[in-house]
Design a binder for this molecule. Structure first.
Ligand code: HEM
Length: 491
């Protein structure tokens, strides 16, 4: 990284727009080191509006300044996703879709995330969180220090996304740990590809071992979803003359355990035709989506929704395990919440601030990428067509000039309304912003709150880890490098 900085300092040109080069050396570094190099580099130029960064032969421009980020996220010419979203192989899904497809589909899919729809999901969130607490309760005393709470939270959040996608109850979703592992591995492989410019070229990538591993893990994850999707599609197809829930009930289909795929799906349960599930919404919009599009959208919801929610819930628990005084304050608030529903969750103001502060310091999506469709003017700079623009949320959320000298400390009161009013609206962007922001943001907040309330009412969490000692790497999502098993005690 010395080479990197020396190079950066020698480049002539306006100071507001430095060029940073990355040599082959940086690509050889560990993922943790690479993330730190980029983070330090951006922090060094944090008062610069933009930073150009070469990764191998590819030029990226980091947009650092909130007012310029706002311009990018609101520009019609920056609605296209950057080239690396293609690596997800979900081209028709909302996250990666080309602008032309995206415009209509986003309009249709907004309906699936309306507040009344999400309200109907809360019972699924509660059931799934209760399952999680039941697993925690079974933990034996001697295991107390060894809880991999992330794994349990991941199971719960995957259950939520699957149940709400397919219109089934949380208790009817069954999957093996193999599925979680497969998704985790897939994310690692795709992230690794993003960091290795030579692998941007598909023919070269196909010669690598990771390509075959990717295929294997993809097959594993799609097997389960494909089965359920096919059955559901047939069941609620407009050509299928089903009109009542009872006639649907006669069409239950059983899928038995498949050892090889590591999946246990006991059955595909009933649905009613006015179910709010994502798949029902799409199939019922007669003609709006073809099979491939439905497939990619559902997979995208699972991919975009499950790990982000799990990570953010886990990060919040970890921060509360480190800051036990704040955990007590959360406990006092949640212990009397009564039945969990949107109204009772909306009253948890302190928990809301704690989650937002966790999203600031540890945003589960650390970097957002866009591509310019035409030449655009951002600030006073012309940016040509076809350039990848990056917004480094992790860094934006820790800028001292925005968040103060204590930017690296956990302080939920930054999100008191009077403090929020002091900052630029685009200083805090865990769900991105503008037309192409996260469609699942309301869903995510209720899912996270439900899990946290259910856990923290019954358990106390603690750890010996110190916040300042944590180091990070950016897969597509943010990861902590340390072993983060935390201690959990019944209250
Ligand atoms: C804490 C949880 C979550 C976080 C932090 C998060 C964050 C984000 C961010 C930053 C984006 C913009 C990505 C970009 O522009 O590259 C995004 C997009 C998206 N998210 Fe989320 N997300 C979360 C949960 C969810 C959930 C639960 C779902 C669905 C069930 C979801 C579905 C999507 C979809 C479909 C998009 C693409 C939207 C579009 O391009 O129109 N997300 N999310």
């Amino acid at each position: 990284d010395k080479t990197l900085y020396a190079f950066a300092d020698q480049i002539p040109g306006p100071k507001a727009f430095p060029i940073i080069g990355s040599s082959h050396k940086i690509l050889k570094k560990s993922e943790e080191d690479r993330f730190k190099i980029v983070q330090d580099m951006l922090a060094k130029y944090e008062t610069n509006e933009m930073t150009r960064f070469w990764l191998g032969p590819v030029l990226f421009i980091f947009i650092n300044e909130p007012k310029l980020i706002q311009q990018v996220l609101n520009s019609n010419d920056c609605l296209e996703k950057s080239f690396n979203y293609k690596f997800l192989r979900l081209d028709k899904g909302l996250l990666a879709a080309k602008r032309e497809t995206w415009v209509d589909h986003r309009k249709f899919l907004e309906d699936s995330f309306r507040l009344d729809v999400i309200k109907s999901f809360i019972s699924i969130f509660v059931d799934s969180s209760n399952q999680l607490v039941a697993s925690l309760s079974q933990t034996k005393e001697q295991d107390e220090t060894k809880i991999d709470i992330f794994k349990l939270v991941s199971r719960s959040s995957l259950t939520m996304v699957l149940a709400t996608s397919f219109g089934i109850n949380a208790s009817e979703v069954h999957f093996d740990d193999e599925i979680l592992k497969a998704v985790e591995e897939l994310i690692k492989i795709i992230s690794l590809r993003c960091h290795e410019p030579v692998l941007y070229f598909e023919p070269i990538y196909r010669m690598t071992r990771n390509y075959y591993r990717e295929k294997k893990y993809r097959k594993r994850t799609t097997y389960y979803l494909d089965q359920v999707l096919k059955e559901r599609r047939e069941l609620i197809s407009p050509n299928n003359n089903l009109t009542t829930a009872s006639s649907v009930a006669t069409m239950r289909t059983d899928i038995t355990k498949d050892e090889e795929m590591g999946i246990t799906v006991q059955e595909i349960p009933n649905i009613s035709l006015n179910s709010h599930s994502f798949i029902d919404h799409m199939v019922m919009q007669s003609g709006a989506f073809n099979d491939e599009e439905i497939h990619d959208h559902i997979y995208t919801f699972v991919a975009a929704g499950y790990e982000t929610v799990a990570l953010q819930t886990f990060f919040t628990l970890l921060l509360l395990a480190i800051h036990t005084d704040m955990q007590e304050r959360v406990h006092c608030e949640v212990v009397n919440v009564g039945d969990i529903n949107c109204e009772s969750l909306d009253k948890l103001n302190y928990l809301d601030r704690v989650i937002k502060e966790s999203m600031r310091l540890l945003p589960s999506v650390p970097i957002v990428g866009r591509e310019t469709r035409e030449e655009v003017v951002i600030g006073d700079k012309k940016i040509p067509k076809g350039i990848t623009l990056l917004i480094h949320l992790f860094n934006l959320h820790r800028r001292k000039d925005i968040w103060g000298d204590d930017a690296h400390e956990f302080n939920p009161d930054r999100f008191l309304p009077e403090n929020v009013a002091q900052r630029h609206s685009h200083s805090f962007l865990p769900f991105s912003e503008g037309l192409r922001d996260c469609i699942g943001k309301v869903y995510a907040m209720y899912a996270i709150k439900t899990m946290l309330v259910t856990i923290l009412r019954k358990f106390k969490v603690s750890t010996d880890l110190k916040f300042g000692e944590l180091s990070y790497k950016a897969d597509i999502t943010l990861k902590i490098c340390q072993n983060t098993k935390i201690k959990i005690e019944k209250r």
